[in-house]
Design a protein around this ligand. Sequence first.
Ligand code: FES
Length: 108
Amino acid sequence: MSEPVGVERVAVGRAEDIPEGWQGTVTVAGVGVLVVNHEGTYYALRNNCTHKDYPLLGGDVSMGRITCEKHGAKFELATGKAKTLPAVKPVKIYATETEDGVVYVRPL
Ligand code: FES
């Protein structure tokens, strides 16, 4: 049985290959999505800062937030909310799930 349109998920990799502190990207429906393992939880959000579109990949992660390296905006990993200027708009988030030891990202 095929899954309903719009909920196709993308495999990130095996959980044991995605340790704490890991960051990487996958493409979900043509969009680059950043995946982060922060303190044992997987988060997925669009890999574009909402300030000037700079990639979030590689930004410093602490206190549940990722910092855009370009001008320092911080986004909450769990919600995508912009927590510090100069960004004001939230970044789109995605669902993560683990099945049979494989981590997946799925559009919400
Ligand atoms: S591009 Fe991210 S804070 Fe400006």
